[in-house]
Design a binder for this molecule. Structure first.
Ligand code: NA7
Length: 544
C-alpha cells in the first residue's frame, strides 16, 4: 500500500470511515488541498469495517444513516431494511468512496505509529508502520469513538484452548458456531444483537451477564417501495428534522411530560412506542432523561415486558434486574433478544451472583463452577471516545503527549481541538455530542466546521489555530454541567463515563446538550472570528 509522491501534504487524515472520507472530499475537492488519508484496514468503513460480528446492525434508521450533503448520493443509493446491516453499510461507504473517487488518496493497510508536532516548521510529522514519515500542516483524527476494542484481562484468558473473539475485531471469514458450545461475555448493544444470531447455530450458548440491560425491539423490516420513494422525495424535510432534533434522528422528541398524562394513557403510549420500536421509544416523552420518577415509569414498563416474554422465571428475574435508569446507558435495540432465552440451547449466568473467577483451558469458571466452552465471544465494548486517539502517539507543543495532557480525562474545546496541539482537529472527539447522536449528522457538522475553519485559515494566511486553556476549561465545565442536568451520569458503569475500562479516568465524555444546540454554539464561535481559539501567523508573514 506504499505510495510514491510528495511526503508533505496540506492535511493528513487518520481513518477512512464516515468522518475521514467526507473530510477528504471537502479538503481535496472543495478547498483544493493536498490531503492524504491513512487507514489501518484494507478497505473503507472504519467502525463498520471491523464490527462484523453476527447480527451487527446500526440502531439508526437507514434513511437517516447516510451522508446528507449530496442529494445525488441520497437519490442514487437504496437501503433495503429499516436498519442497515453491517455489510450493507460497508457497501454504502464503498459506493460513496467510488462515486467521489476517494480511494486514490487513501493509504490502506497502514497504521499510524506517531504524530509529532514540529513547532519550528509548524508541521505534523506522522509516522506509520511501513516505516514512512509524512508531514502536514493539518492533522485530522477521524478514528471513531467505538474502535478500540476492550478485551477484559480476565485471569487465565490466554490459557483457553478453544477460540476467542472480540466482536469489534471479528474475523472477515466469519465464525462457524455449528455444533459448538459458545460463551458470550457482555450484554450491551453488541451482545444483545449477537445472542439471537449465535443461538441459531450454536449447540449451546451461555450468556454471561454482568449488568442487566433494557432492550427495545427494533421492529426491523424490509423497506417498502413507498417508503423508499417518500425518503427520496422528502430529502429537505428529513434533513431539517435531523438538524432540529436533539439526537440527530429523523424524528423529534415528543413535547409532553410523563406526568402530563394518566397512568392508563401512559401505558398506551408505551405500548404503541414498543410496537413502533427502536430509538423512537425514548422520544415518547421529553422528561425521561431529566426526572427520575418519570424515567421509572419507562423502566418499569420495559422490565414488565421482559417478564412477559421470558418463560423461565429465574432467567426473567435476572434479565430484569436492571439497576440504572432507562437510557442512561446507550439503550440497545434488538431483534429477538429476550425471546432467545426461551430456546433450549440458550442459558444465562448472572455474574452479579456468581462472578467470573478465571478463564481456564476448558472455558469460563465462575464462583458457581466451570462452564465448558469451545468458543468465547467477548462482546465487552470499547475503550470509547479516547482509546483510539491515545494510541496514535500524538505529541504536541513542547513535547507534551496527548496521553499526558489527558491524564485526568480528556480536555477539548467543542470536542474538536485540545490546547497545546495546534492545527490538530479531532472529529467526534470527547466533548462532542457524537455518540449521543445519529452519528453521520454529528460527523457532517464536525467535518464541515473543520473544512470551513481551514478554508478561512488558508484564505487569511493563518498558520496556526489552537484553543486557549480558558476556552477548554470552559467547555469541559459546560459538558459536565449539561450532563449533570440529566440522569445520564447515574449509570455508574457506562462507557460514557469511561467506567468500563479499568483505570480509565471517570469523566462524562460526550456533550449531552443536544446536537442542534451544539451546532448553534459552533456556528457562533466561527462567526465571532473563532472565539476561544488563538489564530496566529508566523512572524515573517505578519510583517509582510
Ligand atoms: P458496551 O455497551 O460497553 O457493553 C459491554 C458489555 O460487556 C457490558 O454488558 C459490560 O458489562 C460487559 N463487560 C465488559 N467487561 C466485562 C467483564 N470484564 N466481565 C463481564 N462483563 C463485562 O459495548 P457494546 O459493544 O455492546 O456497545 C458499544 C456501543 O456500540 C453501543 O453503546 C452503541 O453505541 C453501539 P458492564 O455494563 O460494564 O457491567
Amino acid at each position: 500500500a506504499k505510495r510514491d509522491g510528495a511526503a508533505q501534504y496540506d492535511a493528513v487524515i487518520i481513518g477512512a470511515g464516515f468522518s475521514g472520507m467526507y473530510q477528504l472530499h471537502l479538503l481535496r475537492d472543495r478547498l483544493g488541498l493536498n490531503a492524504r488519508v491513512i487507514e489501518r484496514g484494507d478497505g473503507v468503513g472504519g467502525t463498520w469495517y471491523w464490527n462484523r460480528y453476527p447480527g451487527a446492525r446500526c440502531d439508526s434508521e437507514s434513511h437517516s444513516y447516510s451522508y446528507y450533503f449530496s442529494d445525488e448520493l441520497l437519490k442514487e443509493w437504496e437501503w433495503s431494511e429499516r436498519y442497515p446491516q453491517q455489510p450493507e453499510i460497508v457497501r454504502y461507504l464503498n459506493f460513496v468512496a467510488d462515486k467521489l473517487d476517494l480511494k486514490r488518496d487513501i493509504q490502506f493497510d497502514t497504521t499510524v505509529t506517531g504524530a509529532v508536532y514540529d513547532e519550528k516548521a509548524n508541521l505534523w510529522r506522522v509516522s506509520t508502520d511501513d516505516g514512512e514519515t509524512v508531514s502536514a500542516k493539518y492533522l485530522i483524527t477521524a478514528v471513531g469513538c467505538l474502535s478500540s476494542a476492550n478485551v477484559p484481562d480476565i485471569p487465565g484468558r490466554d490459557t483457553f484452548k478453544g477460540k476467542w473473539y472480540h466482536t469489534g475485531q471479528w474475523p472477515h471469514e466469519g465464525v462457524d458456531f455449528t455444533g459448538k458450545r459458545v460463551g458470550q461475555i457482555g450484554t450491551g448493544s453488541t451482545g444483545i444483537q449477537a445472542v439471537p444470531v449465535i443461538a441459531e447455530t450454536a449447540k449451546h450458548l451461555t450468556v454471561f451477564q454482568r449488568t442487566a440491560n433494557y432492550s427495545i425491539p427494533a421492529q426491523n423490516h424490509p423497506l417498502s417501495a413507498e417508503f423508499k420513494a417518500w425518503a427520496k422525495e422528502n430529502i429537505d424535510e428529513i434533513r431539517q428534522t435531523m438538524r432540529a432534533s436533539t439526537n440527530g434522528h429523523p424524528f423529534l422528541i415528543n413535547e409532553r411530560k410523563v406526568f402530563d398524562v394518566s397512568a392508563e394513557e401512559r401505558r398506551k403510549i408505551y405500548e404503541k412506542a414498543w410496537e413502533v420500536g427502536g430509538l423512537r421509544f425514548r422520544a415518547s416523552f421529553n422528561d425521561l432523561l431529566l426526572d427520575k420518577a418519570a424515567n421509572d415509569t419507562a423502566a418499569d414498563f420495559l422490565k414488565s415486558k421482559i417478564g412477559e416474554i421470558v418463560k423461565d422465571p429465574e432467567t426473567a428475574k435476572n434479565l430484569a434486574a436492571i439497576d440504572h435508569p432507562f437510557a442512561t446507558k446507550r439503550p440497545p435495540i434488538d431483534t429477538g433478544y429476550f425471546e432467545a432465552y426461551n430456546r433450549d440451547n440458550v442459558s444465562l449466568v448472572n455474574l452479579r451472583d456468581t462472578p467470573i473467577v478465571e478463564i481456564t483451558e476448558n472455558g469460563v469458571k465462575t464462583t458457581d463452577g466451570e462452564y465448558e466452552l469451545d468458543i468465547i465471544v467477548f462482546a465487552t465494548g470499547f475503550d470509547a471516545m479516547t482509546g483510539s486517539l491515545l494510541k496514535l502517539g500524538i505529541v504536541g507543543r513542547d513535547g507534551v503527549t496527548l496521553n499526558k495532557a489527558w491524564e485526568a480525562g480528556p480536555r477539548t474545546y467543542l470536542g474538536i481541538q485540545a490546547a497545546g496541539f495546534p492545527n490538530m482537529f479531532t472529529i467526534t472527539g470527547p466533548g462532542s455530542p457524537s455518540v449521543l447522536c445519529n452519528m453521520p449528522v454529528a460527523i457532517e457538522q464536525h467535518v464541515e466546521w473543520v473544512a470551513d475553519c481551514i478554508e478561512t485559515m488558508e484564505k487569511d494566511g493563518i498558520d496556526r489555530i489552537e484553543p486557549t486553556e480558558e476556552a477548554v476549561t470552559g467547555w469541559v465545565d459546560h459538558v459536565n454541567e449539561v450532563a449533570n442536568a440529566t440522569l445520564l451520569p447515574q449509570a455508574g458503569h457506562s462507557w460514557y463515563l469511561g467506567a468500563n475500562v479499568p483505570g480509565k479516568p471517570r469523566v462524562f465524555m460526550p456533550y449531552a446538550g443536544g446536537m442542534a444546540r451544539f451546532r448553534g454554539i459552533c456556528d457562533e464561535v466561527a462567526e465571532k472570528g473563532y472565539e476561544g481559539f488563538v489564530l496566529s501567523r508566523d512572524k515573517a508573514d505578519s510583517q509582510a
